[in-house]
Each structure stands twice: as C-alpha cells, then as structure tokens.
Design a protein around this ligand. Structure first.
Ligand code: URA
Length: 259
C-alpha cells in the first residue's frame, strides 16, 4: 500500500525541521534515544495482536490493548476501501477524481484522522500526499515512525469542491466508513488533525483551543486533538504552533510507550 516515505529533501532540511519543532535533540549525540522514538518494537513488527507486543499500559486498559468499546466489523479494511471507491451516496462523488479510503498498517495502534482529500489526494487516491501531507509525514517521522507504520484516514473520503470544509450532511453520510475502519483497526489512540476531525468524534466541542493537547475519551479510546498540518503551513513562521503540535505528539508517544 504505502511506499517508504522520503519527505526530507536533504539532511539540512531534516535538521531544520526537527529544530523548528523543538526536537533538535534528535541530531545531538547526547539525545536520549527513547525521546526520538518510542521504545519497544517498531509498530510494523506488531503482528497478530498488538496486545502483547506493545510495552506498558495506559488509560485504555492492559498493555497494548485497544480500549475501543465498539463491536468489531466482520469486514476487512480492503472491503471497506472497495466500497468507498465506488460510493455515490453524497454530492461529493460527482466532483471527485478518485475517492480516498485511507491507508497504512492495519495493525497500527496509532490512527491519524484528517478532514478530507485535497487536490493531490483526489488525483492519487491516497490521503495526505500534498503539502499538508508532506508535513504530516515529517511529524510522523519526528515521532520515530515511518508513515507506512501508522494508519491515516479522513472524515470524508472525497474531495470537497475548492477544498471547502465538508458539510455536516456529507460528513454524516460518510461517517459509517470511518467508524467501520476504526472498528476493524482497533487502534490504541487516535490523533485528530483539525476541527473537522474533532467534530466527528466530539461534536459538542465549540473550539479547538478548549481541548487541543489534552486527551479526550471516545468509546473507550483516547483521542489527542491537535492542529491540522495546513494550519501549521498557513502559520509557517510561527514556531510556537509547531511546538504545540510536537508537545501533543510527545504525549501520544508517551501513551504508546505506557509511561
Ligand atoms: N487534508 C486532509 O485533511 N486530508 C488529506 O488527506 C489531505 C489534506
């Protein structure tokens, strides 16, 4: 499904990015290794049941288990993706080139949820491959993972015209797909990127600022709301926003380590 991602053009680019988000220690010899990537096996090594392989325990229950309290769908992620690709349940289908079901490691304990495909995603049929996606890939790498080790999905699977925010009816029509993906994936933690993703899980939250950076609970799962990478791009010079996102991701890494 996913290829090994190479979002950094060169080493200088890579160092600059880590320094900007406050993770410059990644390139310093005294850096604590576990700060650069969580301890334990790489997520891609988690095979039959991520219950036993991920060390530690957290608010979602015994070591490595998803706390999800929704029933497991009998379908596979590929079954769901196939249905997404031919779906015509809402008006977004008429304007799309390709639907974007989502992609990644089906055993990943970590799920990122964005808003919906943009131009590049619509053309390629893959999530987060445009500019925002390249930034997300860098953030995932700063966390110590390759993007193929995590799972990435969106609230709506087809591109809204002019990249507008999806309408509520569109998000509601598409919701069964994301819900079913989650019920199959059974992640240990979900990172929501931006307000549309927060609205999907926590519709009563009025503003990102009220919850960003603090774990929320949804059906037994911890959700970490953070800014959308597009917001970081729009505020490119603002290192404080990058640092906030990096702090949020460090909380997610600590949770997955079982700290
Ligand atoms: N923005 C999103 O929310 N999702 C994508 O897949 C790409 C950009």
């Amino acid at each position: 499904m996913d290829k090994k991602s190479k979002p950094f053009s060169d080493l200088a680019d890579r160092i600059r990015f880590f320094e900007e988000i406050g993770a410059g220690f990644v390139f310093k010899s005294e850096a604590p290794r576990r700060a650069a990537r969580p301890e334990g096996p790489r997520m891609a090594d988690v095979r039959s049941d991520y219950g036993t392989n991920v060390p530690g325990s957290g608010p979602s229950g015994p070591a490595g288990e998803s706390g999800l309290d929704l029933p497991r769908s009998a379908r596979t992620l590929e079954d769901i993706a196939a249905e997404v690709r031919t779906c015509r349940k809402c008006g977004l289908a008429a304007g799309r080139t390709l639907a974007v079901p989502g992609e990644g490691n089906p055993k990943s304990p970590l799920l990122f949820v964005g808003e919906g495909p943009g131009h590049d995603e619509d053309v390629q049929g893959r999530p987060f491959v445009g500019r925002a996606g390249q930034l997300l890939t860098k953030i995932i790498q700063a966390m110590g993972y390759d993007r193929s080790e995590v799972f990435i999905a969106n609230v709506v699977k087809c591109r809204p015209p002019e990249n507008r925010v999806p309408h509520r009816e569109e998000a509601e029509t598409c919701a069964p797909f994301l819900l079913e993906q989650i019920s199959v994936l059974r992640p240990r933690v979900i990172v929501t990127l931006g307000k549309t993703a927060v609205d999907f899980f926590l519709p009563d939250v009025k503003a990102m600022g009220m919850i960003r950076g603090n774990f929320q609970e949804w059906h037994g799962l911890p959700i970490m709301p953070t800014f959308h990478p597009s917001y970081l791009i729009r505020n490119e010079g603002n290192k404080e926003i990058k640092r906030m996102v990096w702090n949020d991701m460090q909380k997610v890494m600590a949770f997955l380590r079982g700290d």
